[in-house]
Design a binder for this molecule. Sequence first.
Ligand code: GLY
Length: 358
Amino acid sequence: MTQFLDRRRFIGAVSVSAAALATKAGTARAQGAGPGGPVAIASFNGLGSVAKARDMIRAGADPLDAVVEGVRLVEDDPSDQTVGLGGLPNEDGVVELDSSVMHGPMHRAGAVASLRNIQNPAAVAREVARRTDHCLIVGEGALRFAKKLGFKETNLLTEESRKAWLEWRSKLNDSDDWLAPDEFDIPLDGRDPQAAREGSITHTYGTIHCSALTPGGDLAGVTTTSGLSWKIPGRVGDSPIIGAGLYTDNEVGSAGATGRGEAVIQICGARTIVARMESGDTPEDACLYALRMIADKTRVARLQRPSGKPNFQVLFYAVRRDGTYGSASMWSGRQFAVSDVQGARHEDCAFLFDRADW
Ligand code: GLY
């Protein structure tokens, strides 16, 4: 507990406790952290992140520093095309990153959106929480803020991501002057160029979320992403929206999301989960509740399977102040990362719909 532990923290802690007593009496609140020390939970790509976060907490680090440094491993990894360096770009071929953090003990939040050229948006979001009276800084202002603090500009578009963008762009539609590879090369495999075109226009929503709990019962969370691939420049998903892609309440728990951000924003996903945990839900049940809400409110035909079920994936992750944790996905077959006294590992997500029924 370093950067946030100041005079205001002491005053704040007193007033938060008083507010908690005033507003939470009668609810089924968990008491204290679970046995066995820290717990960190993350999306599947965060196996190294949860291990790092837990190690840092065990060494005495603030939980926010632990999760931000945990996800830095993925932000710095060019082979993960959903986060930081090597993230898939927007429709103009420019990488734009979104991230948010929440520090439970102080109930402070920081976020950046549409941030270009800075590899570690989670660390910039932490600085928004630490050094400013704001919660969210976007675009050019976020870049200027980061540079003032000494963050270095980097070309985030790796050769692999540029090629993926170029393939998407060249197959986007029939009415522009870009030719798909199947058309500018003589096809040797006899494939129908139209079929190749239809099969290739894919978008991804990949992201990393990580929440952690200290043995003393303090919580923090972070979500960081390059967002929806090929998005309209300036599009902001759920990841930097406090209450959607991330929410932490030190008296209850912490939750985050990956997957289709628009759906998560429209139900205030992470806040919904924390509220459900405050009312007594287990983390897994709270995640399933939020997924059910998304499924119920997905009413636009282009987002539905013929059965009426959502045709997209959303995953939620949650840890409660008593050390219990859980994750659930809209469609089955997904896993999340967790690290506790048993070490870092992947576990199966609960799910709302079985992929066999897709
Ligand atoms: N969940 C990441 C995004 O939609 O941007």
